[in-house]
Design a protein around this ligand. Structure first.
Ligand code: PLP
Length: 397
């Protein structure tokens, strides 16, 4: 069959593929230590599940408004106001099938052929592919460990052209876990204030998962002007352990939200009606579950960070958000894909190579898994690297 040209422009998600491979090996009986999944290992908190079950029992099984349930949109608007000092009316919000769908709607609503989208590297795997699907052109800006894998104001200024339509800012970041400080956000906003044609996609899906007193400042809260040009993308998957529920949202200028709603109205329509009641409970009931999961992640981060940095040839920055570590493995002389494949085959440890995040010198490990798996996996990683270094020695000499 002659497929559409747009399909050949995108590559399949390598993170999903590796995660699926690790799960298949596990299902076949192999003892795999998996650090590949970008999802909390916790079950969705009981009160959230109960709200969705009750909604089902109350017959909340019909079509709803394409942009989402009004009560849920209002609850999202209330939270953005109280937590982030971002004032939106409910009609400036659209509820989507996950943060991924939010961003896809956003690109489809905003980009025309040839529009440039600035994406700091390393990036979440789907950004460039979504930009290409919407006929835009990704413009990559490579960051480095010295700057905490964060784009500098100077780099941003240099990357902006008259064709720049959108800048994607993801903090806390997947894959690095780095969080832009309020000062860094303000400095980025200052650059953007001189380029009024540039909109900002602020992917804040990990904003509740912060450590060591790190602060999240939404770029939309910096000034009225920034707010008018920023579109917030977020969701329930990470903070509330609701990955499979598929609920996210966009908050932004009314015309953009209306455009996204038009697209959603002809593609997916509303998010599963009774699932939206679960999301409503997540926002309006106790937030203790978010804090207890965060504390568990904090402990695991500490252990994994110490263990990785004790491995020769591996160096890792300490992230202050999300649940990933992004160590550099360059010294070990393998591409990130070779490293990940050999590690899975020889040591039964699943990690994601850096290449789909745009950085082949690194690998991504998720610590959204239990401490025992972290300890065992790090033992195996240590042995794998030691063996590799020992075997390399004769050739190196
Ligand atoms: N943005 C980032 C940075 C992510 O890491 C993810 C998921 O891994 C998403 C958005 C999308 O999340 P979901 O579609 O599961 O809500």
């Amino acid at each position: 069959m002659q497929l559409a040209h747009r399909v050949s422009k995108v590559t399949p998600s390598m993170t999903l593929a590796i995660d699926a491979k690790a799960k298949a090996l596990k299902a076949s009986g192999m003892d795999i230590c998996s650090f590949s999944a970008g999802e909390p290992d916790f079950d969705t908190p009981e009160h959230i599940k109960a709200a969705a079950k009750q909604a089902l029992d109350r017959g909340k099984t019909k079509y709803g408004p394409a942009a989402g349930m009004p009560e849920l949109k209002q609850a999202i608007a209330d939270k953005l106001a109280s937590e982030d000092r971002l004032e939106y009316t409910a009609d400036q919000i659209i509820v989507t099938n996950g943060g991924k769908h939010s961003l896809y709607n956003l690109m489809m609503a905003l980009l025309d052929p040839g529009d440039e989208v600035i994406i700091p590297v390393p990036y979440w795997v789907s950004y460039p592919e979504m930009v290409k699907l919407a006929d835009g052109e990704p413009v990559f800006v490579i960051t480095d460990a010295a700057n905490g894998y964060k784009i500098t104001p100077e780099q941003l200024e240099a990357a902006i052209t008259p064709r720049t339509k959108l800048f994607i800012l993801n903090s806390p970041s997947n894959p690095t876990g780095m969080v832009y400080t309020p000062e860094e956000i303000r400095a980025i906003a200052e650059v953007l204030s001189h380029h009024e044609q540039v909109a900002i996609a602020a992917d804040e899906i990990y904003k509740k998962i912060l450590y060591d007193g790190a602060q999240h400042l939404s770029i939309g809260a910096v000034s009225a002007e920034m707010r008018s040009r920023t579109i917030i993308s977020s969701g329930f998957a990470k903070a509330y352990a609701m990955t499979g529920w598929r609920i996210g949202y966009l908050a932004g200028p009314l015309d953009l939200i209306k455009a996204a709603t038009k697209i959603q109205g002809h593609s997916t329509s509303n998010v599963c009606t009774f699932a939206q009641y679960g999301a409503l409970a997540a926002l309006t009931e106790s937030q203790d579950c978010v804090e207890s999961m965060r504390q568990a992640f904090a402990q695991r981060r500490e252990v994994m960070f110490q263990r990785l940095n004790a491995i020769p040839g591996i160096s890792c920055l300490k992230p202050d958000g999300a649940f990933y570590l992004f160590p550099n493995i360059k010294e070990l002389g393998l591409s990130s894909l070779q490293f990940a494949e050999m590690l899975l085959e020889e040591a039964q440890v699943a990690v994601i190579p850096g290449i789909p995040f745009g950085m082949d010198t690194n690998i991504r490990l998720s610590y959204a898994t239990d401490l025992n798996t972290i300890e065992r996996g790090c033992d195996r990683l240590y042995t794998f690297v030691k063996n590799r270094i020992n075997n390399q020695r004769p050739t190196v000499r």
